[in-house]
Design a binder for this molecule. Structure first.
Ligand SMILES: NC(=O)c1ccc[n+]([C@@H]2O[C@H](COP(=O)([O-])OP(=O)(O)OC[C@H]3O[C@@H](n4cnc5c(N)ncnc54)[C@H](OP(=O)(O)O)[C@@H]3O)[C@@H](O)[C@H]2O)c1
Length: 430
């Protein structure tokens, strides 16, 4: 007998609504691939009468999602609201405790509560799937959990936010400022119209890095105080100078085990135009893993948008329908270790430093002397005078130095009347 699986979708925004349409149009295909019939028996959003891109069945609409569970038998819940707490957490917890499988694209929820939620899922022998929470349509979580299951992963990194990658690429291509390109991104739907802050300041990529670390290293989700910097301070002139040096600015998320300790970070990096990661442009995401014995593996694809996100949500659904009940983070909650974190002060990189200074004799030597006091050696200097305004821009590329050194050194520059602004720092990646 082919029993129907009852589905509820909570949240009918960009992702939830697209998913609703996909599920309706792919019912037959899903049945052929899994042997299971599906039926959407409940949908929920805040506003029943809101005009939406696709027609919805208002007979199954719930304004209060909690009521769904009281009135319908649900087998699988799609949580597509997107809060880290509030109603998102409430319904996911409720569903798991009541032996209902949960699928969510909500990275904020998983990065914050993934450990506790996976514990509840395991206890109740149901699935909590969140493939779409990291890198949209790229099947990176399943690849780590299944395809690379017996490898010892030592590093996972990449471009995890399509909005910022689009902005950086477009600034280089169009020669336009950050503000102009951000407006373009908002018009195209790549950046949130109201508040794009969480994409721009690295927070979104950081939530994804925390999820990737837990899966890659079989650890609990870390609460480390990592270096998190976004792209808000990247100027067109940084992109142009970098380009002349054969480099590109990319916002990278990096997670690795250094001397047995976990190091996680998100910050803009200068990467060579000749590298693979230097050529992942526009809204594309890419994730690279380094493991033994497999070596380096990489996956590239669209990291956001309702289409790619739904592709991952459906892949989670098919996994559940095929009866693949497994641990949300690959191994059981009890076996996932807490891990000590690497001291950020010891993180070392070559640096790009841009100083805006008064065009006066002795300013360059003042800068280089200060750097050398902190044992930061200079590899390259590019000086561009602005005679009209009696100013100059000095770009210095340094040899490798530690975070603690550069922090101490740069703090001194704040107090100098010849240095007009706090210097811009971009780390070079390898
Ligand atoms: N958009 C993307 O490209 C993308 C990519 C990957 C992952 N994600 C993740 O997918 C999730 C959803 O993103 P989205 O872009 O689809 O967000 P969205 O467009 O803002 O949609 C949110 C939906 O939640 C509904 N909602 C809000 N509060 C509710 C409540 N208390 N009860 C029931 N429904 C409620 C809203 O209702 P109304 O429509 O009535 O206002 C809306 O339909 C987020 O976790 C996001 O991080 C999104």
């Amino acid at each position: 007998m082919n029993i129907e699986k009852n589905i509820a979708i909570v949240g009918l925004g960009q992702v939830g609504l697209y998913l609703y349409n996909e599920l309706n149009s792919k019912k037959k295909e899903i049945e052929i691939k899994t042997g299971k019939k599906i039926k959407i028996v409940a949908i929920s959003a805040k506003n029943k009468n809101k005009k939406r891109r696709f027609k919805i069945d208002k007979k199954i609409f719930f304004t209060n999602p909690i009521k769904i569970f009281k009135q319908k038998k649900i087998d699988i819940l799609f949580e597509c609201i997107g809060q880290s707490d509030g109603m998102s957490k409430k319904i996911v917890e409720y569903a798991l405790k009541n032996k209902i499988n949960v699928i969510t694209p909500n990275k904020a929820l998983i990065a914050k509560h993934g450990d506790a939620l996976s514990k509840i899922a395991e206890k109740n022998n149901v699935n909590l799937e969140f493939e779409a929470s990291v890198a949209g349509g790229i099947p990176i979580l399943r690849t780590i959990k299944e395809g690379l299951a017996t490898n010892k992963i030592s590093k996972v990194y990449g471009i995890l936010n399509g909005t910022t990658n689009y902005i950086l690429s477009e600034m280089e291509n169009s020669n336009e400022t950050f503000d102009l390109v951000l407006k373009k991104a908002q018009k195209l739907g790549y950046a949130e119209p109201g508040n794009p802050k969480l994409d721009l300041n690295g927070f979104d990529a950081f939530a994804k890095i925390r999820i990737l670390s837990a899966l890659s290293f079989n650890t609990k989700i870390s609460k480390s105080n990592c270096i998190m910097e976004g792209i808000q301070n990247i100027k067109l002139e940084d992109i142009k100078t970098a380009s002349k040096l054969g480099l590109r600015v990319k916002l990278l998320g990096i997670s690795e085990i250094i001397n047995g300790r976990l190091f996680e970070t998100v910050h803009p990096c200068l990467v060579s135009k000749n590298t693979y990661i230097g050529n992942v442009n526009g809204v594309m995401n890419a994730v690279i893993t380094e493991g033994k014995p497999v070596g380096e593996s990489l996956l590239q694809g669209e990291g956001a948008g309702p289409g790619p996100t739904s592709s991952s949500l459906l892949s989670d659904l098919l996994s559940i329908l095929r009866g693949n009940i497994k641990y949300p983070f690959g191994i059981s909650y009890k076996k996932r270790k807490s891990i000590k974190t690497f001291n950020n002060d010891n993180y070392a990189n070559s640096l790009y430093l841009r100083f805006e200074v008064k065009d006066k004799q002795g300013v360059l030597s003042l800068i280089t002397n200060r750097l050398s006091k902190f044992r930061i050696s200079v590899k390259r200097i590019i000086q561009t005078p602005d005679k009209k305004n009696n100013k100059a821009t000095i770009v210095i590329i340094t040899h490798k130095t530690t975070e603690i050194n550069i922090r101490k050194c740069l703090s001194l520059f704040k107090k100098n009347k010849n240095i007009l602004k706090h210097p811009t720092l971009i780390r070079l990646y390898n």
